[in-house]
Ligand binder design. Sequence first.
Ligand code: FE2
Length: 245
Amino acid sequence: MRPPSTPLDFPMAPEGSSRSRGQALDPQAFLEELQRELLRSLARLGEQSRAAIPESATVTDLLSSALRDEIEIAEIAAQWLTDEPDLDLRLGLARQVGDEARHFEMMCDRVRELGSDPTSDPRTRAHSAIFRYLRGLQTPAERLAAGLAREGVARLRNALLAEVCTARGDDRTAQLCLEGVGEDEVRHLDFCRRELLRYALTTEDQEAARRAMARTLQLAEEASDPSRAAKAPPAPPPEPTAAGR
Ligand SMILES: [Fe+2]
C-alpha cells in the first residue's frame, strides 16, 4: 500500500521531476485532453450501441443487461477503496458503492413493476473483461481516468436506454434512467475530474491515465460489438504500473 500523500502543487515540483523537465502537461490542460478524447470515443460508441440494440429487445431486457454493469461498478469501487489511503478518494469511492447499489435495486424494482423477474442475476455470470481490467489498476491517476471513462460509458448507456423507453411510451423508466441514475453519474464524473487534477501530475501518471482511459474505452467498444475484439489493434500493456503508489 502506498503511504498517505498530499500531492504537491506544481510550483513545488523538485528539480529533476518530470514537470521540471517540461514533459507533463498542466493538470487542467491534461484533463481537457482526456475529456476531448472521451467525448470523441463516446460519440462513436453511442452510434455503435444504438445500432446494436435489437428491435426485439424489451425494456426489461435492456434493464436486465444494465444490472450487471451496475453491480460491477459497485464492486470495482469497493475494491479500490480498500487500499486507498487518501481519505477524500476513499470516501468518494464509498459513496459510489452506495449509489451503484441503489441503481441496481431501482432497476430491479422497475423490472418487477413491469411484470418480469430480474432473473439475469449478474452474480451467476463471470465478470466482464472491463471488470477484470479495472480490478488490476493500482494508481489513483489511472483509476480516476478509467473511472471517468467507465462513468461516461454508463451515462451513455442510460441515455440510450431512456431514448428507447421514451420511444416506446415508457416515460417512467426513462425518468429512472435520466434522473434516478443519471444525476448520480454526473456527480461521479465530477469526482473523477476533480481528483484527477490532484493526481495526474507527473509524466508517468499522465501516461498511465491515458492508457487506462484508452483501454477502458476499447473494452467498452468490444463489449457493445464483440466482432470488434478481433479487429482491434494490439491493446496497451494490460499490467498497470506502480507509479504514483
Ligand atoms: Fe450506476
